[in-house]
Write a protein that binds this ligand. Sequence first.
Ligand code: GBH
Length: 483
Amino acid sequence: AAGFDSTSTLEFPPGFHFGSATAAFQIEGASHEDGREDSIWDAFCRVDGAVFSGHDGSVAADHYHRMPQDVALMAELGLDTYRFSTSWARIKPGDRELNPKGLDFYSRLVDELLENGISPWLTLYHWDLPQALGERGGWANRDTAYRFADYALEVFEHLKDRVVDWTTLNEPWCSSFLSHAGGEHAPGHTDPAEAVAAAHHLLLGHGLATEAMRESAGREHRLGITLNFTVADPADPANPGDVDAARRIDGSFNRVFLDPIFRGQYPEDVLGDMAEAGLAGHIRDNDLETIAAPIDVLGVNYYNGVLVAAGQDPQGSEQSLVFASGRGLPRRSPAVGSERVQNIDRPLPRTAMGWEVQPEGLERLLLRLQDQYTGPAGIPMVITENGAAYDDEPDESGFVDDSAGRLAFIDAHLRAVHRAMERGAEVRGYLVWSLLDNFEWAFGYDKRFGIVRVDYDTQARIPKASARWYAQVASSHRVPAWE
Ligand code: GBH
């Protein structure tokens, strides 16, 4: 792997989990079968210009109909953990009565996994809010937090006999700032005031759900949340403006969620940065106690870091943190309170998403979380997502040799995890994003993150070189030296 030290073989402890991750809307399809109703993403996909080429989730990787084969594939690859999400719109469509057929799909999935020796890791919310709740304001409406806790408890009651690992939310930063301020994700709004409301209500929903599930849980259950992290470094560490830019990005991406969850308070500087958007106005008595309900594990999603400098208000400029995805909807910076920050390009390799490949950022992130958050709380971390999109070029048989891209990326990040563990970070597992090529949100099927290729014409699954390599890693608990 060019640029990374990959010359040694690394051993992971025997109990370390190697698995993969997916999300309901990105792979299932069958969007109106067996009582599933619209989610905000089904509706967003119908908005002109919202998703690349008008792609939608109606078929996706057809996992709803191919679930047993997909589980068999994971077993063949020797993966011991599978992180999936349940679709709220399938289980409790439109916030009505429980839909038994929707729930039954996940019950069968769990059985299938257990029969194949794979531990289910269940995420309750990976962005597919029922559209009926979206129409009532979605996460900007405080009531959605209570509806989420109701739904979470119902799923928990039905599957807690077989599922040990529970995650409330996947990446609340995306469901608040990217969705309500950045305009990039459903519902595609560009209102900072709405985004801070959504962020607080997502945290509240997480706390309420955690409290409800804890009440009903046994000692074996592990409850947690998954956050996405952006590691921000100042372009010039001696320039106070650049240092402040990095502080703001850290605040508006990372600490705005970490501090309420682990310390029961929003950081003062973040409250200040988000004062204009009105963050503090949403906090009611006891909210922060609820949000700080103890958790058992922190899910860490890491893709990239950024180098930042003080800048002008980036509205409409090239220099903002707004991702250059080239679609037609109005956008603004998702980084509420950090608008006057500019992104500085580094001479680093990039993935097909344009994200810089910076494995060393993951090492520092894990050590920092261990030191400041999870360590003091006495809980471990699991990498619940890490992976990369590359422009795959299949041969005639559909095989993709991604050894110089995705495989090298995963190799380098596993090495970073290993270094962090050697230096004291308690990391219990690594779940690669993703098992299958899938619906990459606003990018539709144009970006492929799978270690297994999906041929969208035939729905054939073809393991890429990275999948074969990862299978070796999982079975040997070793990352082999690069040849
Ligand atoms: C995850 O989100 C999702 O959980 C998953 O569903 C998705 O398919 C997967 O990643 C791949 O996208 O450098 O400032 O431009 C990713 C969250 C947040 C990661 C924004 C990259 C870029 C920030 N992303 N981040 S910046």
